[in-house]
Design a protein around this ligand. Structure first.
Ligand SMILES: [Zn+2]
Length: 353
């Protein structure tokens, strides 16, 4: 008897390209959203994107509310929930980098409201996924959140974002290679649920990005285009899988552990990129694809060593040997790496000296 079922939640409208920021009002109309929007933003994107979007709403006879959050914390989620209630908002629009979008996404989940994602930086795949992540004390929680009803990604705005945010987005996508390796391993060893479509889409996304790495250069709208589309595709892979598995394996555990050991030291994407070099080595040894991953990261100016991440060798080793503990997700790290083996792997791949 056939008993399987799946429920795939995807954005209904994905609008990417030059000048599409001015399409937000049209997208809202197309979705038949009624009432008052609450724009959730942070200080820099407020001037660049949130205020122009608010002006478009006013021109269309809709009075938007705006809330500016300073940090990615649970208090900020509370602030947004309170603002939505006080302003009688009926849907949320996250306008900003990862921070504003994650907060809007989590608040809309709590409020049971629709949410639109208007990213101003192509820095990670959270701009389209249904997972939100905020640090809580010394840990970082990935929690269920609302997937966006629509994503409006203006390449003109994205190209203006600091370059390292874009290279971090690229590195997050390149890490899909090892995330899928971990996923396949977990399927073979632990019988975890696996989606061929999710895995194939995730790998293909990384491959297309690597093939186009030469076009990824600072200040070019083409770069923003390539990276944003890859981030969307990665998010769709996660939606199809109903899990973050297609884009999150041991390299993400490593990054989450670094967030605890050295908060704010480096960008999420940059940390997972370096993690990915090392976990690719663990999967394939000397002949594995770790060199290809390192070269791909190098070609887009993303860090490939502890020093380039602004971290010392010992912190990297501590993260590598302890990160299997932070969540129940089976990866190549199994139930933990031996300390000397970790040092050897990190040295062989050139991550530490
Ligand atoms: Zn990531």
């Amino acid at each position: 008897m056939f008993e399987k079922s799946t429920w795939i939640r995807l954005p209904r409208n994905v609008v990417v390209g030059h000048g599409v920021r001015s399409s937000v009002v049209e997208v809202v109309d197309e979705l038949h959203l009624q009432g008052r929007p609450l724009l959730v933003t942070s200080p820099t994107p407020r001037a660049v994107a949130a205020e122009p979007v608010a002006a478009d709403f006013e021109a269309a006879g809709i009075d938007p509310a705006i809330v500016t959050i300073e940090s990615a914390t649970f208090e900020s989620v509370e602030t947004v929930i309170e603002a939505a209630e006080a302003e009688a908002a009926s849907y949320l629009i996250g306008v900003g980098g990862g921070k504003a979008i994650d907060i809007a996404k989590m608040a809309s989940h709590h409020l049971d409201m629709g949410f639109l994602s208007v990213p101003t930086a192509a820095s990670h795949d959270g701009i389209v996924s249904n997972r939100g992540s905020v640090p809580d004390g010394d840990t970082r929680h990935s929690v269920a959140a609302e997937p966006p009803l629509a994503v409006v990604a203006d390449t003109e705005v994205l190209a203006e974002a600091p370059w390292e945010l874009t290279t971090a987005g690229c590195a997050d996508i390149i890490s899909n290679y090892t995330a899928v390796m971990d996923w396949r391993l977990a399927k073979r060893l632990k019988n975890v649920e696996f989606s061929e479509y999710g895995a194939a889409l995730s790998e293909m996304t990384a491959e297309i990005l690597v093939d186009n790495a030469d076009h990824v250069r600072p200040g070019l709208e083409e770069s923003a285009w390539v990276v944003t589309k890859a981030l969307m595709s990665s998010g769709v892979a996660m939606s199809i899988a109903g899990s973050s598995r297609p884009a999150s394996g041991a390299e993400h555990l490593f990054s989450h552990q670094l967030d605890r050991l050295a908060p704010e030291a480096a960008l999420h994407g940059h940390q997972v990129g370096v993690g990915s070099i090392m976990t690719a080595y663990l999967h394939g040894g000397e002949r594995g694809i770790w060199r290809d991953i390192r070269d791909a990261l190098d070609s887009i100016d993303a860090p490939t060593t502890a020093t380039e991440l602004g971290l010392d060798d010992e912190t990297v080793l501590e993260a590598l040997t302890t990160c299997h503990e932070i969540r129940d997700r089976y990866t190549i790290l199994g139930n933990g790496m031996d300390e000397r083996a970790a040092r050897e792997g990190a040295t062989k791949t050139g991550v530490i000296d």
